[in-house]
Design a protein around this ligand. Structure first.
Ligand SMILES: *[C@@H]1O[C@H](CO)[C@@H](O)[C@H](O)[C@H]1NC(C)=O
Ligand SMILES: *[C@@H]1O[C@H](CO)[C@@H](O)[C@H](O)[C@H]1NC(C)=O
Ligand SMILES: *[C@@H]1O[C@H](CO)[C@@H](O)[C@H](O)[C@H]1NC(C)=O
Ligand SMILES: *[C@@H]1O[C@H](CO)[C@@H](O)[C@H](O)[C@H]1NC(C)=O
Length: 252
């Protein structure tokens, strides 16, 4: 029962049928000032129309949840209203190798086939610098997901809500950070960021219905994945070139 329930709620993704595409926003909180969260990225599968959130972490990389992986993902930068999407950018998905379609290691990088040009409405967000740096408890989570946990309540525009981190010892795993509130991310908010201070510290993964009106939202703890992130984001130009590698091989 517990496991089934977790799996059911892990997939905070949101789909819509062709033509009738319902979009929704965070439970509680308010509509974000248009383009004030310029790092926020709208992600959608061009075939299934499943949608997720994500953040631009470098001109050529978006970070999101691994359970948002799909065959025809497109990312949309600088979006406020999903009824007015700019041209999408195709991506190459790099899910965490240990992600197994259940809670845990729910993190994925998307390499943009055309790097973004940063401007007033398209910006990057900083990642934590070290694994154990202290995290501000006052955080903001945002997305285009449902505005009600058990009822569809559409909003085409980006929404955000303040949440407070609880002691990470209570989150069940050091790979997670969590909040416990009556408000927070719901279906469709997956992959979106938990921003604490000026850093993206968490990725919306799943929630647990604790009791009436109390939901524990679970976020992938980004700082715990820094080595993997840095490795995955190494572009070929940053690696020693073939000539050099070839020479080294011969020396050995
Ligand atoms: C910023 O970039 C986005 C995505 O490339 C584009 O849709 C938007 O028009 C640009 N905005 C400005 C002010 O140039
Ligand atoms: C979050 O808290 C800040 C500081 O208290 C406040 O200015 C802001 O309006 C709040 N945001 C939301 C979405 O409630
Ligand atoms: C969460 O659980 C409460 C009872 O504990 C129930 O009333 C409510 O409908 C549940 N919400 C969802 C979204 O399942
Ligand atoms: C890459 O190869 C070129 C010559 O082919 C060489 O001049 C350059 O120093 C090499 N770069 C690195 C980082 O080894």
């Amino acid at each position: 029962m517990g496991i089934l329930w977790l799996i059911a709620t892990l997939l905070l993704v949101h789909s819509c049928s062709p033509g009738v595409c319902m979009h929704h926003g965070i439970v509680g909180g308010k509509v974000s000032i248009p383009h004030s969260r310029a790092y926020m990225v709208y992600i959608r599968d061009s075939e299934t129309k499943t949608a997720c959130g994500g953040v631009l972490v470098r001109e050529d990389f978006v970070m999101t949840a691994a359970h948002c992986n799909n065959n025809h993902l497109m990312v949309y930068l600088g979006v406020s209203d999903t009824d007015h999407l700019p041209q999408g950018v195709a991506v190459h998905p790099i899910p965490h190798p240990k992600f197994k379609n259940k809670p845990g290691h729910d993190i994925m990088l998307l390499k943009l086939k055309t790097p973004a040009t940063l401007n007033k409405t398209v910006k990057t967000i900083a990642l934590p610098e070290t694994e154990n740096a202290e995290i501000s408890k006052n955080c903001l989570v945002m997305g285009w997901g449902w505005q009600n946990y058990d009822k569809e309540s559409p909003s085409r525009v980006l929404k955000e809500v303040n949440v407070t981190l609880i002691d990470s010892k209570n989150c069940g795993s050091a790979d997670l950070i969590c909040t416990e509130e009556s408000n927070g991310p719901s279906l469709g908010d997956s992959g979106g960021p938990l921003v604490c201070g000026d850093f993206a510290q968490g990725i919306v993964s799943y929630y647990i219905n604790e009791s009436h009106n109390i939901y524990r939202s679970m976020y992938t703890h980004i700082a715990h994945y820094l080595p993997w992130i840095h490795h995955a984001m190494k572009t070929p130009t940053q690696q020693p070139n073939e000539t050099w590698k070839g020479k080294l091989d011969k020396l050995i």
